[in-house]
Design a protein around this ligand. Sequence first.
Ligand code: ZN
Length: 64
Amino acid sequence: MPLPKRRHSNQRTRLRRTHYKLSVPTVSECPRCHAAAQPHHACPSCGYYNGRLVIAVKEKQKAD
Ligand SMILES: [Zn+2]
């Protein structure tokens, strides 16, 4: 198996890792409770997706 001849410098490693970034998730509005929710995901606030309840949300006061 090939092996590197020389060790990378810390700078070289860190410069490579400058491209490792978290991306900000797209946020849209839930059509049912108008809370912020990701598109194509069940709403974390009311648990609805595509007009029906898909996940049970533990909450004191459910929106609507
Ligand atoms: Zn919702």
